[in-house]
Write a protein of this length. Structure first.
Length: 203
């Protein structure tokens, strides 16, 4: 496996969206940066905010596209081209409404699954052969038609107080999982992340 050089978190820029379900990818990167004492800087040419973590062969760059979700791929394409990296050196962290909160799915490739951020990424890269870590955010309640009508309000809504403990546990696990990916690769890390069971769910 090629070394992981770029970690992309998908989300929407601005304080209005900071705590929404759709921004869980940004939340992961913010937590990693805080733990390392790193800070994000706006890189206009990359249409995103960038932070550096680690040094030498453990160095990784964190990218938060500032293009809004539907144009995420523009920022990712610009970043890969600027640094000369291939898509096999990247991991995209993204929310997934089809997974309940507390579930994770790490895959080496795959379709957009209806996610506009992944769809934009696939379009701009011309390939779906890139790794992605999906973080479950749950779906709105109701039948299929009701779910469809409530989707936007759901993904752009904030996590409830009752979900905060579970979200904290998920974010911690994801951060540890990313370190594992750096050390051991996607396949071995996937065994852990895909089998993750949050203790907050036991209550």
């Amino acid at each position: 496996m090629a070394p992981l050089m770029l970690l992309v978190g998908l989300g929407n820029p601005g304080n209005n969206y900071a705590s929404t379900r759709h921004n869980v990818g940004f939340m992961v990167l913010d937590q990693l940066a805080r733990a390392a004492g790193a800070s994000f800087r706006l890189q206009v040419k990359l249409h995103g905010e960038l932070a550096d973590l680690g040094q030498g062969d453990r160095r990784i760059r964190l990218l938060k596209p500032q293009t809004f979700m539907n144009e995420s791929g523009r920022s990712i394409r610009a970043c890969l081209d600027w640094y000369g990296w291939g898509i096999e050196q990247m991991l995209v962290v993204v929310d997934d409404m089809d997974l309940p909160l507390g579930k994770l799915r790490l895959r080496a490739r795959g379709s957009a699954g209806g996610h506009n951020g992944l769809l934009s990424t696939i379009e701009h890269l011309g390939s779906d052969e890139f790794a992605r870590l999906r973080i479950g955010i749950g779906a709105p309640l109701g039948d299929q038609e009701q779910r469809k009508n409530r989707t936007v309000a759901h993904v752009l809504g904030s996590f409830s107080k009752g979900e905060q403990e579970l979200l904290s546990e998920v974010l911690k696990e994801v951060c540890q999982g990313i370190e594992l990916i750096q050390r051991q690769g996607i396949e071995k890390a996937g065994n852990r992340l895909n089998g993750f069971k949050a203790t907050a769910l036991d209550g």
